[in-house]
Design a protein around this ligand. Structure first.
Ligand code: ADP
Length: 501
């Protein structure tokens, strides 16, 4: 059992811009179930206060305040607390000037100018919470650049402070592309000695890089899939920090995110035309397919394979490969496309054009719709995820559950969750989807052709692939077990090192 304080800038249901919020929303209660003593600490943004009220969660004033030097000012904040579902204690750092804003990190595509200052304050407040609230903590679990300064602060200041000597840190990196990089004068905000501003610590090509500091000083580091943990040690994926990551690879691992099956299970999904499960899926799935074809304006035909895609229309997601293939196939191949997404204006207009030209074959809904995302997961026959890179990815795990074999590029979490339908894997009844290896159109095309051939001509094998995926368990409890073990091992290692000193 570990006493852990999870420090994060986002957590469902309070504040969300990305997958970080899903992880920090689902993981705490699962960790508590395993017997860990779990606290979650997050800024008290406007949206946090609103979400707390909407969910009937009372944010109580602890009466404890904190005064933190940030640059040349002393910034005061207070700690709120709440009992969260699943035996988790929530702590909220209330500092209205920093956190009572319409958005988390910026507005109209522009970051807030004081983001460094805001998260230096938050990171210091997390550490001060231990003292102010008299918390007993074995490990602080930091997430992404916003809380990546904490391990550095421990190394520089807190390790020799009473009550902090044995606190271990874990840094989870959810996406290497966001590093908290600021100009060098922001070092003054951190309150750290300038000796930390060198290429072995927080300095990166003349700038301050908060994530880099976390990588250097955390006692353990993980990313959200084992493959991504390896990939980020290479130039193609490390976003410039591959060298530092390689140096620390003895404490670097990967733990897959989980699926919130309360929301993503075809057996209980209220958005679907029919519910189904692994033991009896054919009729239910057929009803969902007809419903999807009708809603999206595709020809209602049970025999044409429907290929689905849901996601951000961004380069990362490989949407330009999909668009190229749609163009190439639209005259000849007998498949339908059901696309849902928003993002790059160029990709949006390209998809809109294609669906206008071939309305019965190509349907593109350029919107954010949770309901449609569920309908596409259930009503498609095959789910496309040709991402260039993918730290973990959720949609492929949803589609496995929904009996919609995913077709993915062999990268990150996609590689770790999908077993390619080779003849050997089919014979061994291990296949759950389709994987292509070279990131180009011809690899995607030949893999999709293979999938369509299986669907059309080898329906028994196809059904085995569907059933195998539906029966898998990618739940959060799996991930929580892995985190729990990593916490325990890291906390024990740090205690041992400190006690020897
Ligand atoms: P990322 O975090 O890189 O966007 P993930 O696969 O980890 O990718 O998670 C994306 C989540 O957002 C999924 O739950 C997906 O269904 C959802 N999503 C993305 N785009 C849309 C959309 N246009 N409408 C509804 N849901 C969407």
């Amino acid at each position: 059992m570990v006493k852990v304080l999870i420090a994060t800038s986002e957590a469902v249901p309070f504040a969300k811009t990305g997958g970080l919020a899903d992880v920090c929303g689902a993981l705490p209660a699962e960790l508590a179930k395993l017997g860990n003593d779990v606290g979650l600490i997050i800024p008290a943004y406007t949206c946090v206060k609103e979400a707390a009220a909407a969910n009937g969660i009372e944010l109580k004033d602890t009466g404890k305040t904190v005064s933190i030097p940030v640059g040349n000012q002393i910034v005061t904040g207070k700690f709120l607390t709440a009992d969260l579902p699943g035996n988790v204690t929530g702590y909220f750092v209330d500092q209205p000037e920093y956190f009572e804003r319409p958005s988390l990190y910026g507005e109209n595509g522009v970051d807030y100018r004081d983001n460094c200052e805001r998260f230096v304050f938050f990171s210091r407040a997390v550490l001060e919470a231990v003292r102010a609230l008299d918390l007993s903590v074995d490990l602080i679990h930091c997430n992404d650049w916003q809380t990546a300064l904490i391990p550095t602060l421990i190394d520089a200041e807190y390790r020799i402070t009473r009550g902090y000597e044995r606190i271990a840190t874990l840094l989870t990196i959810h996406n290497m592309a966001y590093q908290g990089r600021f100009w060098h004068w922001d070092m003054l905000l951190t309150g750290l000695d300038w000796r930390y501003f060198n290429w072995r610590s927080l300095e990166y090509y003349g700038d301050l890089n908060l994530l880099k500091g976390g990588i250097v000083y955390a006692d353990a580091i993980n990313t959200v899939s084992p493959t991504y943990a390896r990939e980020i040690q290479t130039a193609g994926f490390g976003c410039g920090l591959e060298g530092v990551l390689t140096q620390r690879n003895n404490v670097l691992s990967g733990i897959l995110n989980g699926v919130a099956y309360e929301s993503w299970d075809p057996k209980t999904d209220n958005f679907l035309a029919a519910n189904y499960d692994a033991s009896d899926w054919q009729a239910g799935k057929a009803a969902c397919k007809a419903d999807l074809q009708r809603i999206m304006g595709l020809e209602v035909d049970p025999n044409v394979p429907v290929v689905g895609f849901v996601g951000r229309l961004a380069e990362q997601k490989g949407v330009e490969l999909i668009a190229e293939l749609m163009k190439k196939w639209s005259g000849s191949e007998n498949v339908q496309w059901a696309i849902l997404g928003t993002g790059s204006p160029e990709l949006e207009s390209e998809l809109a054009k294609l669906s206008k030209e071939r309305p019965h074959r190509v349907a593109a809904q350029l919107a954010f719709s949770n309901e449609m995302a569920h309908k596409i997961e259930a009503g498609s026959d095959l789910f496309l995820m040709p991402s260039r890179y993918e730290p973990c990815g959720l949609n492929q795990m949803y589609s496995l559950k929904y009996g919609t074999p995913p077709l993915v590029h062999a990268t990150g979490g996609l590689k770790d969750t999908v077993t390619n339908a080779t003849e050997e894997a089919i014979a061994a009844e291990a296949a759950t989807g389709f994987v292509f290896y070279d990131y180009d159109l011809s690899a995607l095309e030949s893999t999709l052709r293979w999938a369509v051939t299986l669907y059309n001509e080898r329906r028994d094998d196809w059904n085995d692939i569907v059933a195998k995926g539906m029966n898998q368990d990618w739940s959060w409890s799996r991930s929580a077990n892995a985190y729990s073990q990593l916490y325990a091992a890291t906390a024990a290692r740090v205690k041992q090192i400190i006690d020897v000193r």
